[in-house]
Write a protein that binds this ligand. Sequence first.
Ligand SMILES: [Zn+2]
Length: 65
Amino acid sequence: MAKVPTKACPICGKPAVEKYRPFCSARCADVDLNRWLTGSYVIPARDDEPEDDKSIPGSDEDDNI
Ligand SMILES: [Zn+2]
């Protein structure tokens, strides 16, 4: 038995397989990818917010002369 330190699959906790590292299977890799796509990789949609609110301060200083 080879003593290779295997990390546990972050999805299900099973020992990871080298082929699918760091996951134990293609399925778990897919699950993680899905989480990543739907979780961290959310594109902020600001269609509702008025762009006037985010004007650059300093370009509107004709009152300060
Ligand atoms: Zn797994």
